[in-house]
Structures are given as structure tokens and as C-alpha cells.
Ligand binder design. Structure first.
Ligand code: DC
Length: 220
């Protein structure tokens, strides 16, 4: 484990994990890791290589040869595949639509969990790690575990405002991803027993951040 505080932030899509996690890491001056970006980067690479996404063996073989590199700076997060900076491409609709299939492959998860643990272990000033299985699987010994939630409608509305798209369509795609993430066999999205749930439906961003920083102070 890192010598600094290790904070796990899990929760469903569009619950505000990335914005909140980055802000917490910036305030604490520690590292930040977006594990969803790692699943997205493998998905990007699989799409680039015309991998058949219905075939878990093909996905696993593709993941085994990927050269991933991530920045754990909260000020400048980013992810590279080989020399290609894919930080923007991985947010596109093709990757978003396909990533649940890749994240369901046990070999992919095993490989990324190992990588995520190694990154956390060498983050001497502590780290905020966001994802779906951080508190339960990746870092069960984390000093603080937060489970960030919000009503599906509120999450869809926030994402629609961000992307300038129709909230109803977004809510449908969120519902599909929520279902895929929470019903898959390998590490489904489940709140850890010792996690603290923070429902952000009726909270402003700054209120969520202040609340979590208050919780951090109880652990340091
Ligand atoms: O947080 P996100 O939307 O960028 O995550 C992309 C996908 O990866 C989503 O389908 C959930 C999955 N994921 C996962 O299974 N485990 C993680 N630790 C992080 C993300």
C-alpha cells in the first residue's frame, strides 16, 4: 500500500466520480487514477484492431499485447496506448458503447487490477482511485471508501448538459450500462460493506467535495 492515504471512489456511470475524484486529489496534493479510462483504452485498441467484441478470447489476446501508460497527475490526467495519446478518443460514442463488453472479460480485469494495485503502491503521497470495483477488489484495504450515487434521471440530465444531447437518449444508454456493470459475473458493481454512500442527487458539486474532504479528515 501507499505511504499516503488511499481513497477508493466507486459508483455508477455519470455519478460525478471523475470530477469529484480529481478535485479531492488536487486538494490533497496526491495522485489520481481513473480506472475507467484503462478499460476504455483497451476498448479503443480492440476497435482499432477490428477485434470481434463478442469473443472474450480475442479481447483478452488484444489486452495482453497493449502498451498502456497513464498519467496519475490530478492536474493533467491522460492515457496513452504506445505513443498515441487516446485521452480524448476514449470518450467517444464508439468506445462508450463497447466498453462494457471489454470490462466483462475476466482476463482483462485481472490484468488491470494488478496494474492498478502497482500504481497505488508506488504513489507515495497517497492516491484517489475511481472505478467500480476499487473498494471491493482492487484496494480492499483503502483508508476511505466512497460509493457515489445519484438518481438515474439526475445523472442523465447532468451528462446531457455536459454533452449537449437529449437527456432521454442518454438515460437509456445509462440504464443499459448500469445493467451491464452491475449484473456481469466478474466483479459486478456492488457497494463495499465498509463504503460510505454519498447520494449526490440533490447536492451541488462543491457540497459533495466538501463532504468527502470532511470524511478524509476523519481518516488522516
Ligand atoms: O467510469 P467509466 O464510464 O469511464 O467506465 C467505463 C467502463 O468501464 C464502464 O462500463 C464500467 C467499466 N469499469 C469497470 O468495470 N471497472 C472499473 N474499475 C472502472 C470502469
Amino acid at each position: 500500500m501507499s505511504a499516503g492515504l488511499v481513497i477508493a471512489i466507486d459508483g455508477p456511470s455519470s455519478s460525478g466520480k471523475s470530477t469529484v475524484s480529481r478535485a479531492i486529489a488536487q486538494d490533497l496534493g496526491c495522485a489520481y487514477l481513473d480506472t475507467g479510462a484503462m478499460y476504455r483504452a483497451i476498448t479503443w485498441f480492440a476497435l482499432e484492431n477490428n477485434v470481434e467484441l463478442t469473443d472474450p478470447e480475442q479481447i483478452a489476446a488484444c489486452a495482453a499485447v497493449i502498451e498502456l501508460r497513464e498519467s496519475t497527475s490530478a492536474d493533467e490526467p491522460g492515457i496513452w496506448v504506445g505513443d498515441a495519446d487516446v485521452s480524448a478518443e476514449i470518450r467517444g460514442p464508439e468506445v462508450t458503447a463497447a466498453v462494457s463488453k471489454v470490462a466483462a472479460v475476466p482476463q482483462v480485469r485481472a490484468m488491470l487490477v494488478e496494474r492498478q494495485r502497482a500504481i497505488a503502491a508506488k504513489s507515495d503521497n497517497g492516491i484517489v482511485v475511481e472505478g467500480r470495483d476499487i473498494g471491493n477488489v482492487v484496494l480492499p484495504e483503502a483508508d476511505l471508501k466512497i460509493f457515489l450515487t445519484a438518481d438515474q434521471e439526475a445523472r442523465a440530465l447532468r451528462r446531457a448538459l455536459e454533452l449537449g444531447q437529449d437527456p432521454t437518449e442518454i438515460e437509456q444508454s445509462l440504464a443499459t450500462r448500469d445493467k451491464a456493470d452491475s449484473t456481469r459475473v466478474a466483479s459486478p458493481l456492488v457497494m463495499a460493506d465498509d463504503a460510505i454512500e454519498v447520494d449526490t442527487t440533490h447536492l451541488e458539486l462543491h457540497e459533495v467535495i466538501t463532504h468527502i474532504l470532511d470524511l478524509v479528515r476523519t481518516r488522516s
